[in-house]
Design a protein around this ligand. Structure first.
Ligand code: PHE
Length: 339
C-alpha cells in the first residue's frame, strides 16, 4: 500500500505540473482527491491495514495529500499570474490618465450666493417658507383680495386641496412676521411658480429673492439706500438705479427698480430688475390678526420695506444670457462657461 501511495503522489504531481489551464488542473484534482479519486480510494484501504502499520501508512497518506494540495494551490497561483501578465500585454501603465472633468457651480447658484453675501453684510438673515402654500399666506395676508388677477386660475397652480404653488416668495414675509417680532430683517431666496407659457424669457418655475425689513422708523430712504447699494455691488459701482412708481397690493408706495446697463457696442438701456415698496399697513393689520392682536406689528408703531427680485433675470443680465431656458437645460457646453 505504501508503494501505491507513493506512486499516486508521483503521478498526481506530474499531472499537476503538466496542467496548462484551470480546466486541466481541476481534472487532475478530481482524479486524485475527488470522491472516486485514486488517493481517496486507496485511503479506504486503511481499514485493512494491520494495527501496527496504521500509524506509518496514515502518515504517508497525509504527506501525500498535503503535497498534492500544495502543488494544486501553487499551480493555480502560477496560472493566475500568467493570465494577469497576459492581460496587461500591450498596455502602457506609464501613460498619464485621462483628464478628470470638474463640475462647477450653476450660474444661478453663483448669483444667489453673491446676492445673499451682499445682503448679509447689511444685516439680513436667511428665512424660508414652503413652496406649497395656502391662499392666506400667498394672497390674503398680502392685501391681495380674491378678485385680484394674480389669483386667477389661469395664472396660478392650484391643488384640489385649495393649496397652491406660491406665485412669489412674498409669502415668506407673512410667515416670518407671524413667527418673529420686530426688528426683522430677512431675505428669502426660493422658487416661485406661475402658469406662464415657456419661452425665451419665461419659465413656469423661476427663482426669486425676497427681502423684508420691519422696525421702528424704517423709511423709504432706507429702502432706496439698501437697494442702490445692492445693485451697485452686484453690477458695479457706476450702475445707475432708478425707482419707478408702480403698484403692488402689499406695499404703499410701490416701485419697480430699473438699472442702467452699459453693454459694449450697445446704447445704455434701463432694465427692470425688482419690485419693492413700503409695507402696506393693511399687511400689518393682517399679521396682527394672525398673531391674536398681540400688537407686535401695530402699524402706528412700526414701518417696513419689502423687495422682491427675479434671480434668473439678474443672471441673464449679468452674463448676457439671451434665453432663460438655457438655465434649466443642463447643457454642459453652456454650464462650463461659468466654471
Ligand atoms: N412679489 C412681487 C412679485 O413677485 C415682488 C415684490 C416683492 C414687490 C416685495 C414688492 C415687495 O412681483
Amino acid at each position: 500500500m505504501k508503494d501505491q501511495i507513493e506512486a499516486i503522489q508521483a503521478e498526481a504531481l506530474a499531472r499537476i505540473e503538466a496542467a496548462t489551464d484551470t480546466r486541466s488542473l481541476e481534472d487532475a484534482r478530481v482524479a486524485v482527491l475527488g470522491k472516486k479519486g485514486t488517493l481517496t480510494e486507496v485511503s479506504a484501504g486503511m481499514r485493512d491495514v494491520p494495527k501496527e502499520e496504521k500509524a506509518a501508512v496514515g502518515a504517508l497518506l497525509n504527506t501525500a495529500r498535503n503535497a498534492i494540495t500544495a502543488a494544486l494551490e501553487g499551480k493555480q497561483q502560477g496560472l493566475q499570474d500568467a493570465a494577469d501578465k497576459k492581460s496587461l500585454e500591450g498596455i502602457d501603465v506609464t501613460l498619464p490618465s485621462r483628464a478628470l472633468h470638474h463640475g462647477s457651480l450653476h450660474p444661478l447658484t453663483i448669483l444667489r450666493h453673491q446676492a445673499i453675501s451682499i445682503l448679509r453684510r447689511m444685516g439680513f438673515a436667511l428665512a424660508e417658507g414652503p413652496e406649497i402654500e395656502d391662499e392666506f399666506h400667498c394672497f390674503d395676508a398680502l392685501n391681495t383680495p380674491a378678485d385680484h388677477p394674480a389669483r386667477n386660475e389661469k395664472d396660478t397652480f392650484y391643488f384640489d386641496s385649495g393649496k397652491l404653488l406660491r406665485t412669489h416668495t412674498s409669502s415668506v414675509q407673512v410667515r416670518t412676521m407671524e413667527s418673529q417680532v420686530p426688528p426683522v430683517r430677512i431675505i428669502a431666496p426660493g422658487s416661485a411658480y406661475r402658469r406662464d407659457e415657456i419661452d425665451a424669457t419665461h419659465l413656469s418655475v423661476f427663482n426669486q429673492l425676497e427681502g423684508l425689513y420691519v422696525d421702528k422708523d424704517v423709511s423709504l430712504g432706507d429702502l432706496k439706500g439698501t437697494l442702490e447699494y445692492f445693485f451697485q455691488e452686484m453690477f458695479g459701482s457706476e450702475t445707475e438705479v432708478r425707482f419707478r412708481p408702480h403698484f403692488f397690493p402689499f406695499t404703499e408706495p410701490s416701485f419697480e427698480i430699473d438699472v442702467k446697463l452699459h453693454v459694449k457696442g450697445q446704447d445704455p438701456r434701463w432694465i427692470e430688475v425688482a419690485g419693492c415698496g413700503m409695507v402696506d399697513p393693511a399687511v400689518f393689520e393682517a399679521i396682527n390678526a394672525s398673531r391674536k392682536n398681540d400688537g407686535a406689528y401695530d402699524p402706528a408703531k412700526v414701518t417696513g420695506f419689502a423687495f422682491g427680485m427675479g434671480l434668473d433675470r439678474l443672471a441673464m443680465i449679468r452674463w448676457g444670457i439671451k434665453d432663460i431656458r438655457l438655465l434649466i437645460e443642463n447643457d454642459a457646453r453652456f454650464l462650463k462657461q461659468f466654471a
